[in-house]
Design a binder for this molecule. Structure first.
Ligand code: KG4
Ligand code: ZN
Length: 364
């Protein structure tokens, strides 16, 4: 299969996104976030998320096609997230993608959301920017457009940390599309722990980025929170005990949540506990499996301390590190399109137009 232009949809949680990709490069990647809407409820409300996707999808798709300098009739294949995620939210993107593929008579491919995160660190930062400007310069996205495509071209076997609001897992990636889950969280995800600890501290949803910012001026050693399962032999995680310990600590010291500087220390201390676990377990798995590379992706990978500490620990252990670009850490259709293109180019079968969503899809 030669170079194809792919239109991708992502609607598994609270971001409505559409992207156009070609030749391993993201030509456009439009994300409409519903964060403000759900903040009022302290978390994502599935029914509201689905309704917002319905409202936002067409404008988002229009913009992504326009930003890529192309038109819908030039699309060669359509992709959408099929799972895992919120059922009603997934349905919007998947069914819209399948309907468009049916109408355009193009192949459709359903993508595993975590698998797309898994390969997102290999999407080169220069690819999207160069391609986007190139695509505006030419009016022929199928013919004359030539872009550099670092995506996958620098791929190396690795141990990958996928860490977000809904999932925390370590995966051994032996080659492109050949991977094995080493471990995942037994209860809360790391992002959920950030968000729930933040809620206890009176911070708005999602608290992860706010804790990140407040921790900058806090003392990470001020309070000693547990590092659950950090020294266990296995690769699984557990964060609910850490959240509970923050709850009990604040129950016994309610005055701390009233003092902004103490809150900063609490943010730094909680963040440090989460990051310690993530970094220790990732590096240990990489060394045990004798890979040279570590990668990380998912919303929590935006966290400054996690990025810095992973870089430090990898350097100390002579491991190379590839972090997903920040704009590709949180949910976006660009990563869905890139994986769809790779799958089609490797001969994976398109997904039937009558295939359903897979809300609980495990990463194989
Ligand atoms: O990947 P994502 O956008 O959505 C899911 O699939 O869950 O991740 C969202 C999660 C939220 O829990 C949010 O608090 C967390 O990522 N997050 C962060 C940061 N930015 C986003 N957590 C810590 N530090 C950040 N800078
Ligand atoms: Zn995600």
């Amino acid at each position: 299969m030669g170079a194809v232009l792919i239109l991708a949809f992502e609607s598994s949680c609270d971001e409505t996104s559409a992207a156009v990709v070609r030749d391993g490069a993201i030509l456009s990647n439009v994300v409409s976030s519903q964060t403000a809407l759900h903040a009022e409820y302290g978390g994502v409300v599935p029914e509201l998320a689905a309704r917002e996707h319905l409202l936002n999808l067409i404008p988002v798709v229009r913009k992504s096609v326009a930003d890529a300098g192309t038109s819908a009739d030039r699309i060669d294949a359509v992709a959408a997230t099929r799972g895992p995620g919120l059922p009603s939210a997934l349905m919007v993107g998947l069914k819209a993608g399948q309907a468009l593929a049916f109408f355009l008579r193009r192949p459709f491919i359903g993508i595993h959301h975590h698998e797309a995160h898994l390969y997102s660190p290999w999407i080169g930062p220069s690819a999207g920017k160069k391609a986007a400007s190139d695509s505006r310069a030419t009016d022929d996205p199928r013919g004359s457009l030539r872009t550099t495509s670092p995506t996958f071209s620098e791929f190396e076997p690795n141990v990958s940390l996928i860490v977000s609001g809904g999932h925390t897992m370590l995966v051994h990636v032996e080659s492109v599309l050949r991977h094995r889950v080493l471990g995942s969280t037994l209860d809360d995800a790391a992002g959920e722990c950030f968000d729930k600890a933040g809620k206890l501290l009176g911070l708005p949803y999602p608290a992860g980025p706010i804790i990140d910012a407040m921790a900058q001026s806090g003392n990470p050693k001020a309070y000693d929170f547990p590092r659950p399962m950090m020294n266990d032999a296995g690769d699984d995680f557990s964060f609910s005990g850490l959240k509970t310990s923050v709850r009990y600590f604040l129950r016994d010291h309610p005055e701390l949540a009233e003092d902004e500087w103490k809150v900063r220390d609490l943010c730094a201390s909680v963040q440090s506990a989460i990051v310690d676990v993530l970094v220790t377990k990732t590096v240990r798995a990489a060394k045990r499996l004798r890979v040279n590379w570590v990668t990380a992706s998912g919303g929590v990978t935006c966290n400054r301390e996690l990025r810095e500490r992973l870089a430090g620990a990898c350097a100390q252990n002579r491991l190379k590190l590839r972090l997903a670009e920040k704009s590709l850490c949180t949910d976006n259709a660009g990563m869905i399109g890139i994986l769809a293109e790779k799958k089609l180019s490797l001969g994976c079968e398109p997904t039937g137009l009558d295939e359903d969503i897979e809300p609980g899809w495990e990463l194989g």
